[in-house]
Ligand binder design. Structure first.
Ligand SMILES: Cc1ncc(COP(=O)(O)O)c(C=O)c1O
Length: 388
């Protein structure tokens, strides 16, 4: 145990500007979807470089709407990397489709074109890509593979704002992308998400389906000049974003690059501190971005080297917890979870790279305002735990 203050796994960076933005909305008399949401959409589309951005209340909603808009239905298959969060697979199930889980690259945890191709069947309609931790997956070969087989590409960019390669942002490579503004994400509104796309049809469909399937701009019903009249065009969802959240998002988006640079600095402190502590043979650090990459550094995933990593990983997390340090594990691959084992009969070694990486992974704290002294404390605690 320690008398030092705890180091959380994540702490959002909130300034007086976000606080003032929320107070303005609260005093405006209009709390839900409205002017701020529309402005936040425009700013996000400009930041990502897509024609459209459709604000919703989570990335899960954005993924669901994207798959719905491209017509995924029962018997359709979507290739999904197993190394991801529940959301990426469950949205396929919402529509009655089958997530066909794929293995990932050992260095980056990202899907590759080869791993995707290994899961291709006659029923495949789309491939989902997760930019793990905020490092862009190798998109050019994946897009080429998808277009060769007439598949849509859906980018789960929940970790990836800002993140780009050769100046092209995550979310702007595929048919549609989903951003997350969940509490721990690089740009946060507490809860929130955005569907980004160049496709007019997908954007139009998502705008209708995010609010009960009722006619476009239904959110204006109670605004001055809005109309009482609406038509239900389909059975939609309640996925709209509030202006309270959008106002926070507008400020966060303006600060996104500064917050990313701060995270990048924290990542560089980890690299320096672990190397100075002589931990190179104990720990594998996250894959370094290439010269054309902008890495969002949403996560700082390290992997234990050597034998019995799975048992040592549990003891290491316990030791860090005892020192007041928050950690996480990203991810327990989908194919290891009871639902996927039970429903599709997956075994550990069906997707062996993901299983082996998961067993030795620990995500260390990383957040924009994290001081260097906290990084040094985390590394010292890790060193004690690993050296025994
Ligand atoms: C890879 C990935 N996809 C999707 C999501 C879902 O995001 P949200 O909570 O905004 O629905 C998460 C959330 O952690 C995630 O890590």
């Amino acid at each position: 145990m320690t008398d030092l203050p705890p180091i959380p796994f994540h702490r959002p960076s909130i300034t007086p500007a976000e606080e003032a933005a929320v107070i303005d909305v609260m005093r405006s008399g209009w709390l839900t979807t409205g002017r701020h949401t529309v402005e936040f959409e425009a700013a996000t589309a400009a930041a990502v470089g897509t024609k459209h951005a459709v604000a919703v209340n989570s990335a899960t909603a954005a993924l669901h709407l994207a798959l719905e808009a491209i017509g995924i239905g029962p018997d359709d298959e979507v290739i999904v990397p197993t190394y991801t969060f529940a959301a990426s697979g469950e949205v396929v199930r919402y529509l009655g489709g089958r997530p066909r889980l794929a293995d990932v690259d050992a260095a980056t945890f990202n899907l590759t074109a080869e791993m995707a191709e290994a899961q291709l069947t006659a029923r495949t309609k789309a491939v989902m890509v997760v930019h793990f931790g905020g490092l862009l997956a190798d998109m050019a070969p994946i897009v080429e593979f998808a277009s060769r087989h007439g598949l849509a590409v859906i980018e789960d960019a929940a970790h990836a704002l800002p993140c780009s390669r050769d100046g092209r942002a995550a979310g702007a490579w595929g048919t549609a992308g989903a951003l997350s503004f969940y509490a721990t994400k690089t740009v946060t509104t507490g809860e929130g998400g955005m569907l980004v796309t160049d496709d007019d049809r997908i954007a139009d469909r998502a705008r209708i389906m995010r609010l009960h399937g009722i006619s476009r701009d239904a959110w204006k019903r109670y605004m001055t000049g809005g109309s009482w009249y609406y038509e239900i065009e389909d059975v939609g969802f309640k996925y709209n974003l509030t202006d309270l959240a959008a106002a926070i998002g507008q400020v966060q988006l303006q600060r996104a690059e500064a917050m990313r640079e701060a995270r990048e600095r924290v990542a560089s402190w980890y690299a320096r501190a672990t190397s100075a502590a002589g931990m190179d043979e104990l720990l594998e650090l996250p894959a370094a971005p290439g010269p054309a990459d902008i890495h969002s550094w949403h996560l700082y995933p390290v992997r234990l080297r050597g034998a019995n990593a799975a048992e040592r990983r549990a003891a290491t997390i316990d030791a860090l917890t005892a020192d007041g340090i928050g950690t996480s594990v990203h991810f327990i691959p989908l194919h290891l979870h009871p639902y996927y084992r039970r429903t599709y009969g997956y075994q550990r070694d069906d997707l062996p790279v993901a299983a082996a990486q998961y067993e030795r992974e620990i995500s260390l704290p990383i957040w924009p305002d994290m001081p260097q002294s906290d990084v040094e404390r985390v590394v010292a605690s890790l060193r004690r735990a690993l050296r025994g």
